[in-house]
Design a protein around this ligand. Structure first.
Ligand SMILES: [Mn+2]
Length: 290
């Protein structure tokens, strides 16, 4: 059998995927050293590289310095950084993005963030920050993510970004157009945790499975979810903790809340996936939502 060709440089090395760094630079460096991936290994990041942790600027610089090896997707905190920089939102209590905004090269840093993708697919693995709606297969997910990332790279990106906030519409329809289509896409890819069986998103809980809103399940538990045939890699849900199933890898194990930072080697064969973790004692702030 001929293996499928991919466009992903630099090699056929198995990627190493990291959970939400959220500005936790020391744990990131410790985990990278501990996992010790072979030179050139692609390093995937499930989004929220920055914010809430102690060293947002230094963490962002570390990831940028990895060059093409770094494969991040955008999370809600990354988009928040863009929004604050653009004057669309104000900084919130607990934010730790001021060092980025005050950096002499802030404009370049913001440009780098703004040009990151919202979904990444390679070798049967689909990575997003938060989740995918049950009606979306991997192909549609990538198409919708591409629509959104192109809008965020366009000259009118600030207008687009300003229009992405809000909980409605909270359900996908193929006929959705314009900013509502982009908003549903953004909500699912960067914010969703719970939804109903028909894919109606509910943003009222960021807690554990026991805190599911009435009638809701975690997005990945919806029966007949159309991405069940690929392995979905995601972050965002610290209260869920690390989740390792054959076709599902939830990587946010709450580093910024003083728990752990996780990295998983994304082997095709689930039995060959390896987990590496480090403790995160002093990076973040007291638990209070994410
Ligand atoms: Mn998040």
């Amino acid at each position: 059998m001929t293996p499928p060709t991919t466009s992903s440089a630099p090699s056929s090395l198995v990627p190493l995927a990291f959970g939400d760094l959220q500005g936790c630079r020391q744990p990131f460096q410790q985990l990278l050293a501990k996992a010790a991936p072979p030179a050139g290994t692609p390093l995937w990041f499930a989004g929220d590289l920055i914010n809430r942790g102690a060293e947002s600027l230094a963490t962002l610089r570390d990831v940028i310095a990895l060059g093409e090896r770094a494969v991040p997707v955008l999370g809600n905190h990354d988009l928040h950084l863009l929004s604050v920089s653009a004057g669309i939102r104000t900084s919130k209590k607990g934010d730790t993005i001021d060092d980025i905004l005050a950096a002499p090269d802030a404009a370049d840093l913001i440009e780098w963030v703004r040009h990151r993708p919202l979904a990444h697919f390679d070798n049967g693995m689909l990575m997003v920050h938060a989740g995918v709606l049950p009606q979306w297969d991997a192909t549609l997910t990538l198409e919708l993510a591409d629509e959104l990332q192109r809008a965020l790279r366009a000259p009118s990106w600030k207008e687009t970004l300003a229009g992405l906030y809000g909980n409605a519409p909270n359900r996908w329809k193929p006929g959705l157009k314009g900013i509502e289509r982009l908003r549903v896409t953004c909500s699912a890819l960067t914010r969703m945790r719970f939804c109903t069986a028909d894919g109606t998103m509910d943003f009222s809980s960021s807690g554990t499975l026991a805190s599911a809103p009435p009638g809701c399940v975690p997005w990945f538990e919806v029966p007949s979810r159309k991405t069940a045939d690929v392995t979905v890699v995601f972050g965002h849900w610290a209260a869920l903790g690390l989740l390792l199933r054959d076709n599902l890898i939830g990587l946010d194990s709450g580093c910024v809340w003083g728990e752990k930072l996780s990295a998983v080697r994304l082997a095709q064969n689930p039995a060959e996936r390896t987990l590496t973790q480090v403790d995160c004692d002093s990076c973040g702030v007291p638990r209070g939502g994410n």
